[in-house]
Design a protein around this ligand. Structure first.
Ligand code: ADP
Length: 265
């Protein structure tokens, strides 16, 4: 039995192929202008690459999930992230996810159910988009964030609003402030936002860091310093939502087939 989970995010569409125990394959493609097309492309890529005609069940999640008319079920990203991280590490009691367009904190109970969650999706501060845009002003790509920011002394970015923060960066550059200091300042500005979100949730136990931005060691180190805790950062951190969707799909089918078996007995 094989299932597929697809997480249609604002920046990237992630999909995984799952056999009930392991993620067999995964794909990430830019969401682009059409979440429907990118989700379908992710699905087709996984099927073709693995010699499959179809999966037993497909579950869609993420902001673009409503466009997935080919999915058997659509589930919110909060539920999928919780399910994905609990499957990977049952000791996790909270998850911080920084994606392209939002940041969220999810508190879990010992069974992996959502106890509480906080989401910032109204303001670009504390998101990957903010990092991307501000690095663009430095003439750099997001992939250069760590190389620039690690070990640099952070230049304080005082504007809370990203639009003002971006013009602040332009004037800092004009004053001759060096790029590494500004990059480190941008990191601090993001983690300050996210730590305050995290501070609003009761956390007892281990905390995971997921989403595209968790690839940055500089962001991870800064966040760890702010919350005084080591963060669990899985290699598959950007795929946690897709993985949760695939696990939910697997349970769905297992339950359905179990029920069918009982019916025919
Ligand atoms: P979404 O689900 O909203 O599409 P993702 O969780 O897939 O978001 O993350 C996408 C974000 O990850 C992008 O906004 C990008 O800025 C960020 N990102 C990608 N690579 C890196 C990196 N090396 N360091 C920090 N952020 C990164």
């Amino acid at each position: 039995m094989l299932t597929i989970g697809i997480d249609s995010g604002s920046v990237a569409t992630k999909a995984v192929l799952y056999d009930g125990k392991t993620v067999l394959d995964r794909v990430l493609i830019p969401t682009g202008w059409s979440p429907r097309d990118s989700a379908r492309e992710a699905l087709e890529t996984l099927l073709t690459r693995n010699g499959l005609e179809q999966a037993d069940c497909v579950v869609g999640t993420g902001y673009g999930r409503v466009t997935m008319d080919f999915a058997q079920k659509l589930v919110t990203e909060i539920t999928c992230h919780a399910r994905g991280i609990h499957t990977l590490n049952a000791k996790i009691r909270a998850l911080v996810d920084i994606g392209g367009q939002d940041s969220k904190v999810i508190a879990l109970d010992d069974r992996g159910s959502v106890r509480e969650f906080m989401m910032n999706d109204k303001c670009a501060a504390g998101t990957g988009r903010f990092l991307q845009n501000t690095l663009h002003h430095l003439g750099e790509d997001i992939s250069q964030l760590d190389a620039l920011a690690q070990g640099a002394s952070p230049q304080k970015i005082t504007s809370m609003c990203t639009v003002f923060a971006e013009s602040e960066i332009v004037s800092l550059l004009a004053k001759g402030i060096d790029k590494p200091g500004i990059a480190a300042g941008i990191v601090e500005s993001v983690t300050e936002r996210v730590a305050s979100l995290l501070g609003r949730v009761r956390i007892e136990g281990e905390v995971a860091f997921t989403g595209g931005v968790s690839q940055s060691l500089a962001v991870c180190n800064s966040l760890e310093k702010r919350i005084g805790k080591a963060l669990y950062r899985p290699e598959s951190a950007q795929y946690i939502g897709a993985m949760g969707a695939a696990v939910i799909a697997w349970d769905e089918i297992a339950q359905e087939r179990g029920t069918l078996q009982m019916d025919s007995e």
